[in-house]
Design a protein around this ligand. Structure first.
Ligand SMILES: [Zn+2]
Length: 479
């Protein structure tokens, strides 16, 4: 019997607001433990939360970008549970009236485009962190850092539309690209600002009912998600094939040993006793506010991709890569304003620039060359001031030194020779030095011209304009 997996993902993405969701404390990462807290996020009695407007705006932006219905009236709820890093004893989240519902994300699969439904997107606060691994923590104690308490999160819950680890990967990549484009989250999985849990069940192909599902937590990289899902699908399939039952439980992914382990029963008692948060009034997004948010919606990856193929006439492959991140696309467009051979810009960005970024492990925003400098360099090639290979040397020089393109060409002595009389001298010299090749050219073996061009280039130390060399050689040999 064939089996198929049914996967739903829950993603928590940390928002790039400067302050927390219900107080004015900073959300900056890496500060001294407990230095960014106040009575509100510490959950002291008698304090009142005040909602950060930015969080609502970010949620609406993501909702609009994922085709969701936006609930103009929505409200917060208390999710009650006890955990050492949650001093209030409850988390402020949304339950029955989330801000966004019924959207979708489109992913690319082997068999074409596929829509993955989004059940809901809701706003909530993060909890603090238990600290065990630091050197200042003794073996049998846990310390608590509450800096993260009240950091704003969006939880994005997908429908169980995902059928394979590959689709899960594509979905996560698409969602992360989107939050980055919108500028609402850095989407960094390794640093915990983009976290993912999965619900997984397996059923015989053709069966309508879902199988018993398990919940998989603690996957903190794209690779972990892929491996964990593969593991869990294989485990459940084996159980079913052996005529056994899948037990409903929560599993933690152990990335060191590549296995999923069951959480202790106590940690997964899910009796949250939700009720409407009495300290916050319901949120009303009026028409004016809604319009304002809508106007802030930037061009999304798919639109940008389409526009790049039309405005710049780039091949789809180039357009896809250049629009993968908004920053790369912006850089391209800034160069394109200064230099109009768009395919040439694309070639350089996907070639030399991408390689340099890779080597230096930096992003385009940290790239040393300003768009103007790259445009100047490409112009120098186009105007035949330097050859393509000389341009690569100039490029390397510019990465190491503060210099203009013109100064660099001068300094490296790479200015292309386009002076005919100078090139002619080289041509005459090469013809004299290679009588045998000249003979065979005249006997009809015209391919030998390549060799002779090479010799002239060598004499000029790579600086002669190759087209001119070719022309002058042809003229001399045929004349
Ligand atoms: Zn605070």
């Amino acid at each position: 019997m064939e089996y198929e997996a049914i996967i739903g993902l829950e993603v928590h993405t940390q928002l790039l607001t400067e302050t927390k969701i219900f107080c004015g404390c900073s959300t900056k990462f890496g500060a001294e433990p407990n230095s960014q807290t106040c009575p509100v996020c510490l959950g002291m009695p008698g304090v009142l939360p005040v909602l950060n407007k930015k969080v609502v705006e970010f949620a609406v932006l993501l909702g609009l970008a994922t085709h969701c219905q936006i609930r103009r009236y929505n409200r917060f709820a208390r999710k009650n549970y006890f955990y050492p890093d949650l001093p209030k004893g409850y988390q402020i989240s949304q339950f029955e009236e989330p801000i966004c519902e019924n959207g979708y994300l489109e992913i690319e699969t082997e068999s074409g485009k596929k829509r993955i439904g989004l059940i809901r997107i809701h706003m909530e606060e993060d909890a603090g962190k238990s600290v065990h691994d630091e050197t200042y923590v003794q073996a049998n104690e846990s310390l608590i850092d509450l800096n993260r308490c009240g950091t704003p999160l969006l939880e994005i819950v997908s429908a169980p539309d995902i059928r394979s680890p590959q689709e899960a990967h594509a979905y996560l990549a698409k969602l992360r690209q989107l939050v980055r484009y919108l500028g609402i989250s850095d989407g960094n999985m390794e640093e915990g600002s983009f976290r993912c849990d999965a619900n997984i069940s397996v059923r015989p192909v053709g069966q309508k009912e879902y199988g018993t599902r398990t919940e998989l937590k603690n996957m903190n990289s794209f690779a972990h998600v892929q491996k964990a899902l593969e593991y869990e699908i294989a485990r459940q399939t084996e159980l079913l094939k052996a005529g056994k039952q899948v037990e409903q439980q929560t599993l933690l992914w152990d990335a060191d040993n590549n296995v999923a382990r069951a959480m202790r029963g106590k940690e997964e008692s899910h009796d949250y006793r939700y009720f409407p948060e009495p300290d916050l009034v319901p949120i009303h997004i009026d028409v004016q506010w809604f319009d304002q948010i809508q106007k802030a919606l930037p061009e999304l990856p798919e639109e940008k991709f389409q526009r790049f193929t039309v405005d710049y006439k780039l091949p789809e492959y180039d357009a896809r890569l250049l629009t993968e991140s908004r920053e790369v696309a912006d850089y391209f467009e800034r160069v394109a304003q200064l230099f109009n051979d768009f395919k040439m810009i694309s070639n350089w960005m996907l070639g030399e620039v991408a390689r340099a970024l890779n080597e230096q492990k930096i992003s385009i925003t940290e790239f040393k060359l300003a768009p103007q400098t790259l445009a100047d360099l490409l112009k120098a090639i186009k105007n035949k001031v330097i050859s393509g290979s000389a341009a690569k040397k100039v490029f390397e020089y510019l990465l190491q030194n503060d210099s203009s393109v013109e100064q660099a060409i001068e300094k490296l002595g790479l200015k292309q020779i386009s002076d005919e009389s100078q090139i002619e001298q080289f041509v005459v010299q090469v013809i004299e030095q290679h009588p045998a090749e000249v003979e065979s050219f005249k006997a009809g073996k015209t391919k030998v011209i390549g060799f002779l061009v090479g010799q002239v280039m060598r004499l000029s130390r790579g600086k002669a304009n190759p087209q001119l060399v070719n022309q002058l050689l042809q003229k001399k040999l045929n004349g």
